[in-house]
Design a protein around this ligand. Structure first.
Ligand code: KIV
Ligand code: ZN
Length: 517
């Protein structure tokens, strides 16, 4: 049976989603989880985008073992040199460079002739070959390129040493049969096509990214690129979890396998949703909250009689187990540690002690502690431990108000360790809290998005608030957890403030991101 390789670009194309700014520690955590998921190649980022991106790619390359680490950039000497510096210590490294091949991009963006583009592509693949054995070349906007020209480019870059040829549908324009036919054409008309792996990379502007990727796979693509939860530039990328589960569920049809460990899908999806602040819609295939919920009476009756009547995938297959009570306030340290081991964590004694204290605190506020609560406690602690940045922290929050007037008093630790307190009024309680924080920080952030999601169910459930704020034209995300939604709101705002401070030296990044697809 054919084995399909998965290249995950959550940390690169996924991070190009509007308002998503992952820090170095979050990227590292995601990369480690992608290894657990069985991803073959992790595109760690775009090192030239900013010093922070360079550092994050380098840390992933230095520390993450068990998958190929891919550094991404333009087909230029400067980008290639930087990528080499960022990923040279990886256990297994690949460079991924791109140059556009469509008439629109050649005419308006590159202002180059077809010959000039081929020459530059060949020259840069040869240059990259000096550093790397494994070189992926992307013909950007391949979907709108002319096939005979694309075939010429493909032959030339394979001759120059490219090991992977990516045919991206950069603007999500293709239809499945059409995209599949492109791969068939290239495989049949490029004389050296057997010397490289062909890769599909689809965007979801018309909602066809997964269908297009599967059509490519059926026509000779042996690598599929995409992101978890389908996040990414504009409407996003192909959702890798959907493709991986399709291959298993319809193995009879696709006749292909992968290295993916499907039972890690739920954990990966939740982690990425939490760290990017991009909440997964309830009806999203595979990872949406309703993906396995049967509402209609006839369906429920059928499922009770025989699951397969209306269920083609078992929730357990992709790592969803019923959110049962796992621990309570009488649970001891031993049971707590055992549960974390089952969830895949290996913590030091000291870490277990801190996590256990947090767990006990939570049992005072919440009767039933479920796996998602434990995951939240440990993930937050791990991130806190590695983030040594000096930052704002919430000390105390007091609110008062009725329908006409709301006031908040906030006390915070400042990045220099001093403590400040301010009170403010607002148009509602959240507004009052945010006004008080603005007074303390001396900065005014514009709130662009506010969402709240519960972890588990019940009135005492933990809530996570996800926000997006804008400051001087740049968007920042923030997230905060608490059993109290106003405290979670304050923490989210302070988190965004801290991200803004950490990235203040990188304000050019959004501009750099916009250059690529
Ligand atoms: O969509 C795209 O074309 C990309 C790169 C592979 C250039 O993200
Ligand atoms: Zn892309």
């Amino acid at each position: 049976m054919r084995k399909i390789q998965f290249l995950d670009t959550t940390l690169r194309d996924g991070e190009q989603s509007v308002g998503v700014n992952l820090n170095e520690h979050e990227k590292l955590e995601i990369a480690k989880q992608l290894v657990r998921l069985g991803i073959d190649a992790i595109e760690a980022g775009f090192p030239v985008a900013s010093p922070g991106d360079f550092q994050a790619v380098k840390r992933v390359a230095d520390e993450v073992k068990g998958a190929k680490i891919v550094g991404f950039g333009r087909a230029t000497v400067g980008d290639i040199d930087q990528i080499y510096q960022a990923i040279k210590n990886a256990e297994d490294a690949r460079i991924h460079i791109f140059l556009a091949t469509s008439p629109i991009h050649l005419k308006y963006k590159l202002r180059k002739t077809e010959e000039e583009v081929i020459e530059a592509a060949v020259e840069m693949v040869k240059y990259a070959k000096k550093y790397f054995h494994d070189v992926e070349f992307s013909a950007e906007d391949a979907g709108r390129s002319e096939l005979p020209y694309l075939a010429k480019v493909t032959k030339a870059i394979i001759d120059a040493g490219a090991t992977v040829v990516n045919i991206p549908d950069t603007v999500g324009y293709m239809a499945p049969q059409e995209y599949g036919a492109m791969f068939k054409y290239l495989k049949e008309n490029v004389s050296n096509s057997d010397k490289a792996i062909f890769s599909a990379h689809c965007h979801d502007d018309l909602g066809l990214a997964v269908a297009n990727s599967l059509a490519a796979l059926q026509n000779g693509a042996d690598q599929i690129e995409g992101t978890i939860n389908g996040i990414g530039e504009r409407a996003g990328n192909a959702a890798l979890e959907e493709i991986a589960v399709s291959l298993v569920t319809r193995q009879d049809y696709f006749k292909a396998t992968s290295n993916m460990h499907l039972e890690q899908i739920a954990r990966t999806s939740k982690l990425i949703s939490k760290l990017t602040g991009m909440i997964v819609p309830g009806n999203k295939a595979i990872v949406g909250a309703n993906a396995f919920a049967h509402e209609a009476g006839i369906h429920q009756d059928g499922v009770l009689k025989e699951r397969s009547t209306y269920e083609i995938i078992k929730p357990e297959t992709v790592g969803y187990f019923s959110n049962k009570l796992v621990l309570g306030k009488h649970s001891g340290r031993h049971a707590f540690r055992e549960r974390l081991v089952t969830l895949g964590y290996s913590l030091t004694d000291e870490q277990i002690d801190t996590a256990f204290n947090k767990f006990k605190e939570l049992t005072m506020k919440k009767k039933e502690i479920i796996d998602d609560d434990l995951i939240m406690i440990v993930d937050d602690l791990q991130l806190k431990e590695v983030e040594k940045q000096e930052k704002y922290e919430l000390e105390y929050l007091h609110i008062a108000g009725d329908t006409s007037i709301s006031t908040a008093m906030v006390r915070m630790t400042m990045p220099d360790g001093s403590v400040m307190e301010e009170a403010a009024r607002g148009d509602g309680l959240v507004d009052a809290v945010y006004n008080a924080i603005d007074r303390i920080s001396g900065m005014r952030l514009r709130l662009k998005d506010y969402q709240i999601k519960s972890v588990g169910d019940g009135r005492d459930a933990n809530g996570t608030v996800y926000i997006k704020v804008e400051h001087e034209g740049v968007m920042f995300q923030g997230r905060g957890n608490s059993t109290n939604t106003l405290e979670a709101s304050a923490k989210a705002y302070i988190d965004a403030l801290n991200r803004m401070l950490a990235r203040r030296d990188m304000l050019g990044k959004e501009g750099a991101k916009r250059e690529i697809g």
